[in-house]
Design a protein around this ligand. Sequence first.
Ligand SMILES: NC(=O)c1ccc[n+]([C@@H]2O[C@H](COP(=O)([O-])OP(=O)(O)OC[C@H]3O[C@@H](n4cnc5c(N)ncnc54)[C@H](OP(=O)(O)O)[C@@H]3O)[C@@H](O)[C@H]2O)c1
Length: 319
Amino acid sequence: MRAISIQRFGDPRGLAVVDVPSPVPAPGQLLVATEAIGVGGVDAVIRRGTLGGYGFRAGIIPGSEVAGHVTAVGDGVDPAWTGRRVWAFTGVGGAYAEQAVARVEDVTALPEGLSPTDAVTLGSSGPVAHFALAHAHFTEGESLLVRGAAGSIGIMAVQLAAAGAAAPIAVTTSSPVRGDRLRALGATRVLDRAGEGPGSPAEFDVILDIVGGPDLPSFVDRLADNGRLVSVGVVAGFPPDDLGAKLITSFRRSRSFATFSLDTVPEPTRNSVREAQFAAAVRGDLVSVVHETLPLVEAAEAHRKMDAGEVFGRIVLTP
Ligand SMILES: NC(=O)c1ccc[n+]([C@@H]2O[C@H](COP(=O)([O-])OP(=O)(O)OC[C@H]3O[C@@H](n4cnc5c(N)ncnc54)[C@H](OP(=O)(O)O)[C@@H]3O)[C@@H](O)[C@H]2O)c1
């Protein structure tokens, strides 16, 4: 089958089209013929070689979510899955390919009316946004800042928080055009990447942070009393080592910093939220924002666009 592999960590030119043997589903796994492949911010972080601790080696196939139909099942998997349209999490890697394997517990059936493209735009980012807001104990009426809102996780967080919220929902973004698009999805205050802009609240009850990087401590300073900052991503790299000092020196404010990973949510819980979000998308209650669809062989171009900051929402690859 055709796939994309990271031949060299660094810039997008390190991604190459390769011919590799089709994967064979192990016990407990399904084989999916891919029809849409999500290009996530994490794929770019891995390709750059800046995500330490995972021991990635050159030659890996990147990507973690696909949608398509099941063509084979491994031992122990109900054969009734064969032929069904599904969304699947492939783990960290394995998705940029014509075929991919996934554990059966990481697969969600697609409802009638949801395209594979929409599924890979919502399938991972929707549950991340949902459980990250829950992790922050975000409740209606609280003020929220979504930092790095123009990616697929931020876009979902804005939509989920906006449903029924009375207090400001602020976003950081890099351009007025993106700000207008985020307003259309439910944001009520559009701020620049530094968190400044007209009507910007001085402080927030909750900050959902997808960006990280050197500026993260300045956002800890923007937490209200009892405010909670939940770090969900590190698209700008890791924050400075002394981040904790900000919290300790302002201890009279009872602020909290936490990280959140979907890995800590049990699969059945994730799957039921994903099913509910897929159903909401079919009804039109949640919008999937697809920046562009490109052929699989243009994965390097997709990453170039991500690195250039051109992407609003998600790029989807099709084999
Ligand atoms: N917690 C979990 O369970 C989980 C699961 C999956 C992925 N992730 C993480 O989530 C992140 C990717 O999320 P995503 O795909 O939604 O994000 P993304 O699309 O890669 O980036 C989101 C936005 O951040 C802004 N941004 C980019 N670089 C920036 C910088 N240097 N400074 C300030 N803003 C910057 C950009 O918007 P503007 O140009 O408009 O500012 C961009 O659209 C990765 O770090 C990944 O590891 C976490």
